[in-house]
Write a protein that binds this ligand. Sequence first.
Ligand code: MN3
Length: 213
Amino acid sequence: MPYPFRLPDLGYPFNALEPYIDAQTMEIHHDKHHGAYVNNLNAALEKHPAFQGKDVEELLRTLSSLPPEIQTAVRNNGGGHYNHTLFWQWMTPGGAKEPSGALTQAITAEFGSVDTFKEALTQAGMTRFGSGWAWLAMDSGGRLKVLSTANQDNPVMDGLMPVLGVDVWEHAYYLKYQNRRGDYLKAWWNVVNWSKVAETYEKASQHARARAR
Ligand code: MN3
């Protein structure tokens, strides 16, 4: 959906991810943090109607074609809007504990096992200094890789497709876990929405196949 961007509904109550992620964190994170990214993204595009027809993913893919004076604002706030829109959907109360189907096969082929993949993504989140995200992403050849990005950067900025990501900004966990990012990440695996991750994996696969033609 293009400009004006709107804060999407969370899709479940603020307390739905308890005890792993607390209701107060979810409310502030969604309403205040994500809300601010949406407002700031709209403000950046307000005087640039030529770019108001692009959805947020397209804006991020084509950052260098934007007017220089709004590139940083769109990178930070467009990234923030896109990342969080995905992040809320990648979590759910009471979902499957493990991936299934083609996604499991792809993860196993690349990382050896689902557990090894989980360790790699956790490690990427633990070693991201400061604020950022850890990702499972697909490259243009269709291969999965684990990486992390700073701030609100998203793998699409580097020509990759995000499959799963986890927010490791302190605002995502500090109220409940304080400085214990590792405890937050360990708890977070309990709320991953594997059926949604399978959807984003399929979307990324279609994108990679289309580019290969
Ligand atoms: Mn966040």
